[in-house]
Design a binder for this molecule. Structure first.
Ligand code: G3H
Ligand code: 13P
Ligand code: ZN
Length: 344
């Protein structure tokens, strides 16, 4: 993933990191990557690894890489909650891990700065020796809906730029997730977010201090109204809600954001497509009758995001470097783990 993000920084674009749990989602992402000629990050949460079983999921993503040799693809552990989770992902063959030490191992309780630094640094040392990229997180996302986040509105633990600098210096992470008021899931904001709830000013301040650090935006689904409407039209009961507008993500990308995490929009797209088939044709019972439209609906959303994030058209810019070469780069210092820090 380090190579994908370094290339994205050179090209001034962002790379979507899309969550997967099953074959249809992996196929949807790869079809979108092929369609738009995009490099891509495929990521699995702990929940996804448990749902699909490690080996099934790993082999599916490996198949995606083998079938699409022209697409640079990183396989990433999303929200690792401990050293052991990250280690097991690395041992399976993931090329990138997130150590989310902003929360304790329960994935709910905010951890201290010192605890976060210690566990993240331990993962960085283990991962870099093996050529694997590490994303860390400083500050805490809101919401507890899907088990990641400290609860609350998302504004209680917005990242402090000075702490972000210190964290990047002490850990040597390759990518830094920051908290700017977003949360996971569909219910992020009760109206179109403005600067009082979505702290793009904090992101810009962090980028000013850490101009070469790859920033990561979590909770970046836009929760589009048309996807909400399809679900509700066909018997769903979503409450009115707002996500992160794409133009705010694009502002982030102009200010150092290189990885953009999206899961919920794809969940909405698939669910809407499945509901539509079952509502309109209640006599159908072959899973392919609804999984195919679901996969197509997800492909459409992913392709749209790839275009909006700017990664479209960049798949052929470079050839993937081997994990061994990346490990060597960390060892000999040609791949820097010391952030450039600008004065206040
Ligand atoms: O981090 C949040 C992602 O949407 C993954 O969610 O833990 O329900 O798989 P999950
Ligand atoms: P969304 O719930 O906004 O899609 O966020 C996904 C995410 O951040 C995964 O880590
Ligand atoms: Zn996340």
């Amino acid at each position: 993933m380090r190579q994908l993000l370094d290339e994205a920084a050179k090209g001034g674009y962002g790379v979507g990191a899309f969550n997967v749990n099953d074959m249809e989602q992996i196929q949807a992402i790869m079809a979108a990557a092929k369609q738009t000629k995009s490099p891509v990050i495929v990521q699995a949460s702990r929940g996804a690894r448990a749902f699909a079983e490690d080996l099934y999921l790993f082999k599916l993503i490996q198949a995606a890489a083998e079938l699409n040799p022209e697409i640079p693809i990183a396989m990433h552990q999303d929200h690792g909650n401990s050293f052991e989770t990250c280690k097991s992902a690395i041992e399976l063959g993931y090329t990138s891990v997130m150590m989310d030490g902003s929360l304790k191992e329960d994935g709910k309780t905010p951890a201290s700065f010192e605890e976060n630094v210690a566990v993240t640094k331990r993962v960085v040392d283990f991962a870099h020796e093996r050529g694997v990229t590490v994303e860390g997180e400083i500050g805490v996302l809101g919401g507890v809906e899907d088990g990641h986040g400290a609860g609350g509105s998302g504004l209680e633990h917005v990242t402090n730029p000075d702490q972000a600098v210190e964290f990047a210096e002490l850990t040597g992470v390759d990518a830094l997730a920051i908290a700017i008021g977003t949360s996971h899931g569909a219910y992020k904001f009760s109206k179109k977010p403005d600067g009082s709830v979505l702290k793009m000013d904090v992101l810009i301040a962090i980028h000013k201090r850490l101009p070469n650090t790859h920033l990561v935006m979590h909770g970046s689904s836009s929760v589009p109204k048309d996807l909400q409407d399809i679900i509700n039209k066909y018997g769903g009961k979503l409450k009115e809600t707002w996500g992160v507008p794409v133009e705010e993500i694009q502002l982030g990308i102009r200010n150092g954001v290189r990885k953009v995490n999206v899961d919920t929009d794809n969940r909405l797209a698939m669910t809407g497509a499945i509901r539509k088939v079952l509502w309109e044709s209640p006599e159908k019972f072959d899973p392919r009758d609804y999984l195919k439209p679901a996969r197509e609906a997800m492909q459409k959303v992913v392709a749209q995001r790839m275009t909006q994030f700017g990664q479209a058209g960049h798949a052929g810019d470079y050839k993937a470097v081997s994990i061994a070469a990346i490990a060597k780069g960390y060892k000999d210092g040609s791949l820097s783990t010391k952030p450039l820090v600008a004065a206040k």
